[in-house]
Ligand binder design. Structure first.
Ligand SMILES: N=c1c2ncn([C@@H]3O[C@H](COP(=O)(O)OP(=O)(O)OP(=O)(O)O)[C@@H](O)[C@H]3O)c2ncn1[C@@H]1O[C@H](COP(=O)(O)O)[C@@H](O)[C@H]1O
Length: 123
């Protein structure tokens, strides 16, 4: 199935590919002219500004969800993921680092993981 907006793509990239491609663009745009790149402008402002945007976008996700507005939830979540990728890039991290952590958690119930935290180390 091809995407009419991107006929050159014979298949829609999977989500991880999209995140990886965006992370690569962010890495490249960090060094761009802040007057011509939103990423470079935010990086130039520094970590506190990046974190402020993550907080703002997370709040906008909350508001969209409270409104039950599914399209707006997607729009604001895209903003949140984008700004989260910028924060990851600040620590030379990327989507694969987070995906590896999520894979590590597979099969372990969140309730079980939480209960284990209060257990004294075995042995
Ligand atoms: N995915 C995005 C992306 N998502 C959001 N944004 C920008 O992030 C900014 C968010 O600012 P605001 O919070 O004011 O905007 P907003 O949250 O939509 O508005 P409100 O909800 O607050 O009213 C806007 O300028 C958006 O355009 C993005 N800017 C860039 N990208 C990607 O990053 C690439 C590099 O962008 P440049 O660095 O600008 O070249 C682009 O090619 C895109 O692929």
């Amino acid at each position: 199935m091809t995407n009419p907006a991107a006929p050159h793509l014979t298949h829609l990239p999977d989500s991880a590919d999209t995140l990886r491609a965006l992370a690569a663009v962010i890495a490249q745009r960090r060094a761009a002219d802040p007057g011509k790149s939103y990423v470079a402008k935010l990086v130039h402002k520094g970590l506190d500004s990046m974190l402020k945007k993550v907080g703002e976008e997370a709040t906008e996700v909350v508001i969209a969800a409270k409104d039950g507005d599914r399209e707006q939830v997607v729009y604001e979540m895209a903003d949140l993921w984008f700004h989260s990728l910028i924060v990851l890039s600040q620590f030379d991290l990327g989507p694969d680092d987070v995906l590896a952590e999520l894979r590590r958690r597979e099969g372990l119930s969140g309730l079980q993981e939480f209960a284990q935290r209060s257990q004294p180390p075995q042995g």
